[in-house]
Design a protein around this ligand. Structure first.
Ligand SMILES: Cc1cc2nc3c(=O)[nH]c(=O)nc-3n(C[C@H](O)[C@H](O)[C@H](O)COP(=O)(O)O)c2cc1C
Length: 335
C-alpha cells in the first residue's frame, strides 16, 4: 500500500504527523513516535514571550490586547520547563535531527512581525525542515478590528518567509469571519501549508475558589467536524498543503480527513492518551480502510469527498443546516 505523501514539498512516508505538544519535546518519545511510523513531528511552540525581545510592536500588541498576554501565559498549563528558552529549543532541533530520520517542524508563537522572526532563521540553521506559525492573538480590545488582526497575520507570514528558505505553514484560528479568504491571504503572503485548526484552550471558572482557572482538556473525535468541513471546502481552492488538526484519534478519523482533502493528519491528544505506539495502530487501521475501499494509494483517496468532488457539496454548507435540524429525531423525551 502506497501511503507516501507530500507536505509543503517535504516527502513523507505516510500522512500521519505528531502536532505540536510535549511529546515532541522529548527526544526519546520522538524516537518512539518515529518507530511507530509517525512521518513528521511538530515541536511545541517557541513563544514570543520566551524570547523576550523588546520590540515596539510586541509592546503594542501586549498593551492593546492585554488579555492576550495573560491568556498566552496560561495557555498551556503544566507543560513543565521543556520550553525554557530559545537556545534549548535550537539544541533540541539539532538533537532530533541526529536522533530520527523524519522531518522536524519548528513552531513559533508570536504576534509581532519583528524581533522574534530572527528566530525563524535560527531554527532553520539548527536544522528544522519547516516552520509552523502558531499565531495566537486574542483581540479583546474592541478597537482592534478584523482587518488589523488579519493584517498582523499576513505581516508575520511575510516577514518569516523573507527570512527563511524552508517552507512555512500557518496554524490557523477557526475564528476568522471569512476563513477561506483568510486562507488565501496567508497563501498569497507565502504560506506553503495551512494547519486547520489551532485549538484554543478556554479558561473555566471555579465557583468554589471564585477563580478563573486555565483548563486544558484533551480533545475527542467529536471535535474533528470543524476541520473536516474546512479541509473539504479549501481543498483545491488554495495553493497550499492542508494539514488537519484537532480531534483525530482513530484510523477512521484520519481516513475522513484524507477523504475531505487533507494532505497530512496531525495528532496530539490521541498520542498523549494512548502513547506513541498508537501511531502504528492508526496506520494499520488506515491501510485496512484503504484495502476495504479498494484504493491502492493514499493519493487516490485524497479529496474524494472534498467540496470540489462531492456530489452533494451542500452537505458541507449551510444549505444543509435546515435539513439537518429539521431531520433531528429526539430520543428519550417524555410523551
Ligand atoms: C499539552 C499540549 C500542549 C500543546 N502545545 C502546543 C504548542 O506549543 N503549540 C501549538 O501550536 N499547539 C500546541 N498544542 C495544540 C496541539 O498541537 C493540537 O493543535 C491540539 O491539541 C489539537 O489537536 P488534537 O485534537 O490532536 O489534540 C498543544 C496541545 C496539548 C494538549
Amino acid at each position: 500500500m502506497d501511503l507516501s505523501t507530500e507536505y509543503m514539498g517535504l516527502k513523507l512516508a505516510n500522512p500521519l504527523a505528531a502536532s505540536a505538544g510535549p511529546l515532541c519535546m522529548d527526544t526519546e518519545k520522538v524516537r518512539q513516535l518515529a518507530d511507530a511510523g509517525i512521518a513528521a513531528v511538530v515541536l511545541a511552540s517557541l513563544f514570543e514571550e520566551q524570547i523576550q525581545q523588546d520590540s515596539e510592536q510586541l509592546e503594542y500588541f501586549l498593551n492593546y490586547g492585554a488579555d492576550r498576554f495573560a491568556e498566552s501565559l496560561s495557555y498551556y498549563p503544566d507543560m513543565g520547563d521543556f520550553q525554557s528558552g530559545p537556545q534549548q529549543y535550537l539544541d533540541h532541533i539539532a538533537a532530533l535531527k541526529k536522533a530520527v530520520d523524519i522531518p522536524v517542524i519548528a513552531s513559533l508563537n508570536g504576534v509581532s512581525d519583528t524581533g522574534w522572526t530572527d528566530y525563524a532563521g535560527q531554527v532553520e540553521s539548527a536544522g528544522a525542515d519547516a516552520i509552523e506559525l502558531n499565531v495566537n492573538f486574542l483581540p479583546t480590545n474592541p478597537k482592534i478590528c478584523g482587518e488589523l488582526v488579519e493584517g498582523a497575520h499576513t505581516a508575520i507570514v511575510d516577514s518569516v518567509v523573507q527570512t527563511v528558505s524552508i517552507p512555512v505553514a500557518v496554524k490557523m484560528s477557526p475564528f476568522f469571519s471569512a476563513p477561506a479568504a483568510m486562507a488565501k491571504k496567508l497563501v498569497d503572503a507565502g504560506a506553503k501549508g495551512l494547519v486547520l485548526f489551532n485549538r484554543f484552550y478556554q479558561p473555566d471558572i471555579n465557583v468554589e475558589t471564585m477563580d478563573v482557572t486555565p483548563q486544558l482538556d484533551l480533545s475527542t473525535s467529536q471535535e474533528n467536524r470543524l476541520p473536516l468541513r474546512w479541509i473539504a471546502i479549501l481543498r483545491g481552492r488554495v495553493k497550499a498543503s492542508l494539514a488537519a488538526s484537532t480531534g483525530i484519534h482513530t484510523a477512521e478519523d484520519a481516513a475522513k480527513m484524507i477523504l475531505a482533502g487533507a494532505d497530512v493528519v496531525m495528532m496530539t491528544s490521541a498520542l498523549l492518551k494512548n502513547g506513541p505506539t498508537h501511531a502504528a495502530a492508526v496506520l494499520d487501521g488506515l491501510v485496512e480502510i484503504l484495502r476495504a475501499k479498494e484504493y491502492e494509494s493514499i493519493d487516490r483517496m485524497r479529496g474524494v469527498l472534498s467540496h470540489a468532488n462531492c456530489s452533494e457539496p451542500g452537505a458541507f454548507e449551510r444549505a444543509n443546516y435546515l435539513k439537518t435540524i429539521g431531520g433531528f429525531k429526539p430520543t428519550g423525551t417524555r410523551e
